[in-house]
Design a protein around this ligand. Structure first.
Ligand code: SF4
Length: 238
């Protein structure tokens, strides 16, 4: 492979009347070249005005999520060779306002996360030391705590695209994580937050969130769990 052709979404709302794609030629300058490293190459050698986010560069912070060759992914974890194409099309996360190029406004996404109250609400006063959990209780919340809030699921969800107020897969996954936590006693309050017009019932169970999650989490399953709990609460008072 002599070089990769990168087609990169460009838009500066303060200067451009509409978005465009710029084309950059990137040599395979190292083994295991990632899309993020290629974007740094573009920024450092070809066009210093290209804007994108990144931080940890090892799949832990979630800040470099973007749309790459038809799928939402972490650019730091995506090796260009694994795309099986010499053409790489890079676009920003969907359903979030573009601030510039590949940088989107994450505020609405984090506002939904804050709305579901992502912290423990125990019903008893703080103990002298920690609140213990059995291994079995820990297993109930363990997969979901791997969420890095990258918003790939939010961007891939067709419902967040049509209903901007929909809480979305990530916030609902976190709501379910606290509902499952044996140390939490706020089930009624948590279900009240998600059992509403723009909450759990808007999920159409399409599984696109599950398909793109870089941590192999299952927001669709978490939402189904919340639906079951909300129904049980309503019908049986449990
Ligand atoms: Fe990202 Fe997965 Fe968390 Fe969604 S559930 S924000 S895709 S890590």
């Amino acid at each position: 492979m002599a070089e990769y052709i990168f087609e990169v979404f460009r838009f500066d709302p303060d200067a451009d009347s509409k978005p465009r794609f710029d084309i950059f030629r990137v040599p395979p300058f190292k083994k295991g070249l990632t899309v993020l490293e290629a974007l740094f190459y573009v920024q450092e050698k070809l066009d210093g005005s290209l804007a994108f986010r990144s931080s940890c560069r090892e799949g832990a912070c979630g800040s470099c999520a973007m749309h790459i060759n038809g799928k939402y992914r972490l650019s730091c974890e995506t090796q260009v060779k694994d795309l099986f194409s010499d053409k790489v099309v890079v676009q920003p996360l969907g359903h979030l306002r573009v601030l510039r190029d590949l940088v989107v406004d994450m505020e609405p996404f984090f506002a939904k996360y804050k709305y579901i109250m992502p912290f423990l609400m125990p019903g008893s006063p703080p103990p002298e030391r920690e609140r213990p959990q059995t291994v079995g209780d820990q297993m109930k919340v363990l997969p979901s705590v791997d969420c890095i809030l990258c918003a790939c699921c939010h961007a891939s969800c067709t419902v967040t695209g049509t209903d901007p107020e929909y809480l979305g897969p990530a916030a609902l996954l976190w709501a379910d994580r606290f509902v499952r936590d044996s140390r939490d006693d706020a089930l009624d309050e948590r279900l009240r937050l998600v059992d509403q017009l723009h909450g759990i019932w808007r999920c159409h169970t399409i599984f696109s969130c599950q398909e793109v999650c870089p941590k192999d989490l299952d927001p669709t399953g978490a939402i189904a769990d919340l639906k079951r709990r909300a129904l049980r609460r309503k019908l049986l008072g449990q």
